[in-house]
Design a protein around this ligand. Structure first.
Ligand code: AGP
Length: 613
């Protein structure tokens, strides 16, 4: 997630900007920059890499202005480089702007502006907003910056938190937000804006929290909040009691809990903007054309580790079902040692949230040596896998601090489902109308996940029962089996409770011997074509006295089974269901881990990224 800071007051802006950006470093970023009103114009200094690179820029010393904006960028569109770093300016350098979020219709807006003669200097969606605002002000020299921002905001689809300054108004910072956080505050004669509370906590604990489609005009200590039409509205003020560490976690106890609750937003960022509203075609930015000849591949391999292997399993079901291509999936560390059969007609999908997992990198390199095409699905722009792959599909989960994957897992499934649908579209195994219907169904996933997170009473109660358990089992059939695998992995890695997952039909072939009174067995029985069979497997467990915990849709008929606990989740397509169903199992593992006093964000023996084979 990018970081935004802004300052306007009677002091030099740069020190406040750098201090605020330093307090946002925990969010993860790959470049940083500031723009300061210098009286005669706007000066911009940007550096790829960490904040230290920006702080050591000699140009900063000359920036004496008292109004400025700053940014740390987590790349989503366009690789990390100085040109793509924020702040961005319009062609006439009339304004400078920083942005957090994803503009889903940036392609259309860019094309419109380019048709009007605007020349772009970066690959970012953010520059589109800067150029749009600058274009509006060039067209109407009397247009005030705040009005230009409001007019531009009405053209934007997607999520944004903006901070903007203009040459013609040296003391003003304008902020605007939709679906990405933005707070404002004052400190003495200064006015402040930030994407996150930690950036301004040292200056003030009394903040204005902007709501969606609100704009704030900051002039020193004067703040005016309006709606998107310019009508002044009552600012929502709150007093922050958190300490800095709690503020970095957004008030949640741990980064993992924060990241679990970020899933509705980051899923929307990952899924949004993929349907071309003119053609109805699914458009994957990173695969705008079939330049890699994916239309003609005759075999697919998925290679990944850990949680990414589990999302890869969902991709196997999705690609075979929709694109009708045979898919093999391998744990990356096994792949190249088993003499897999692949050639130039093979597609290898490397799934890795970090893009730096040594086993997966090695598997992808091996595939490329055998002339296969490699597509990376990763969360980190310009990571090793992103750089080396023939093409990349990015999850827009933002940085994941907790060692245990949560939001990156559900975003991987969404990205892989989109890739499967894109393959079906280019190969004609689905009509575009069928693809569009399925993508529309995906658009409901953020709200469905939010509904799961809105009521965790049953999950918290069940976790108390599991606190002293010695073993747990997770069962699922079809695409619910990866959900079971991931649920078991979460439980193992953060609560250290031994947990195993099996395909539901497999338990009776041996592991059933381990079931006796009160051994907890979670079964995912949400809507699917194998629902009835899965329930019969649950009955086998119930007959042995196991504790029956079901993940089910509302109103499910359990066929006489009397579960000990039911986690109700909204119904969706069974190839999307792992996104919704796995969230409740993430939370179960979380609550068991906290009940057992485990360090949820930093589990013993584990690293966030395994860069050794
Ligand atoms: C997941 O909770 C674990 N932290 C681990 O299994 C992880 O998924 C695995 O190491 C792969 O990491 P990657 O997605 O960055 O490649």
């Amino acid at each position: 997630m990018c970081g935004i800071v802004a300052y306007t007051g009677d002091g030099r802006a740069v020190p406040y900007l750098l201090d605020g950006l330093a307090r946002l470093e925990y969010r993860g970023y790959d470049s940083a920059g500031v723009a300061v009103h210098s009286g005669a114009g706007i000066d911009v200094v940007r550096r790829t890499g960490k904040l230290a690179a920006l702080e050591s820029a000699a140009e900063l010393d000359a920036l004496g202005g008292t109004t400025g904006i700053g940014h740390t960028r987590w790349a989503t569109h366009g690789k990390p480089c100085d040109a793509n770093a924020h702040p961005h300016v319009d062609a006439a350098r009339r304004i400078a702007l920083v942005h957090n979020g994803i503009i889903e219709n940036h392609h259309e807006l860019r094309a419109e502006l380019e048709a009007g003669g605007v020349e772009f200097g970066s690959d970012t969606d953010t520059e589109v907003v800067a150029q749009l605002i600058g274009h509006l002000m060039a067209r109407d020299p009397d247009l005030r910056l705040a009005d230009a921002v409001r007019t531009a905001a009405k053209r934007l689809d997607g999520a944004f938190a903006l901070a903007v300054i203009a040459v013609d108004d040296p003391d003003l910072v304008v902020g605007a937000r939709r679906a990405a956080p933005l707070v404002a505050g004052t400190s003495g004669a200064a006015g402040l804006l930030a994407s996150d509370i930690p950036a301004i906590l040292a200056e003030t604990r009394d903040v204005v929290v902007l709501d969606d489609d609100q704009v704030v005009e900051v002039r020193g200590p004067d703040l005016v909040v309006t709606d998107i039409d310019g009508e002044v509205v009552e600012a929502r003020r709150t007093h922050i009691t958190w300490d800095l560490e709690a503020a970095e976690k957004g008030g949640y106890e741990t980064f993992m809990l924060k990241e679990i609750h970020e899933q509705p937003r980051v899923l929307a960022d990952t899924i949004g903007g993929r349907l071309d509203t003119d053609t109805g075609q699914l458009v994957l930015d990173e695969l705008r054309t079939d330049e890699h000849g994916l239309k003609t591949v005759d075999k697919v391999f998925v290679v990944a580790c850990g949680t990414s292997y589990h999302s890869g399993l969902v991709a196997k079901y999705a690609i075979e079902h929709w694109a009708r291509i045979p898919v093999e999936i391998d744990v990356a560390s096994e792949f190249r040692y088993r003499d897999p059969v692949l050639d130039a007609q093979t597609l290898v999908i490397g799934v890795s949230q970090s893009g730096e997992t040594a086993d997966t990198i090695a598997a992808c390199r091996y595939a490329q040596e055998l002339k296969a095409k490699v597509v990376a699905v990763t969360n980190v722009v310009d990571s090793t896998m992103a750089r080396e792959a023939d093409a990349v599909i990015y999850t827009h989960a933002g940085p994941e601090v907790s060692v245990a994957a949560s939001k990156t897992f559900t975003c991987q499934i969404a990205a892989l489902d989109l890739l499967a649908l894109w393959l079906a579209q280019v190969r004609g195994t689905l009509y575009s109308s069928e693809v569009a219907t399925l993508v529309d169904q995906m658009h409901r996933l953020p709200d469905q996940v939010a509904a799961v997170l809105a009521d965790l009473t049953e999950v918290e109660a069940e976790a108390a029962v599991w606190k002293d358990a010695a073993d747990a089992f997770y069962l699922g059939r079809g695409p619910a089996f990866p959900t079971a695998l991931e649920g078991a992995l979460k439980m193992k890695e953060i609560s250290y409770l031994h947990a195993e997952a099996y395909p539901s039909g497999e338990l009776k072939h041996g592991p059933l011997a381990l079931i006796d009174d009160d051994v907890p067995v979670v079964s995912v029985v949400t809507a699917s074509k194998v629902h009835a069979k899965t329930l019969s497997n649950v009955a086998e467990v119930a007959a042995r006295g196991g504790r029956i915990v079901l993940v089910a849709n509302p109103g499910t008929d359990f066929g006489g089974i009397e579960p000990d606990r039911v986690f109700e989740v909204p119904e969706t397509h069974e190839l999307f269901a792992p996104v919704v169903d796995s969230v409740v199992l993430q939370v179960l593992a979380y609550y068991v881990a906290t009940a057992r006093g485990c360090n949820v964000d930093k589990p013993r023996n584990l690293a966030k990224t395994v860069t050794v084979e």
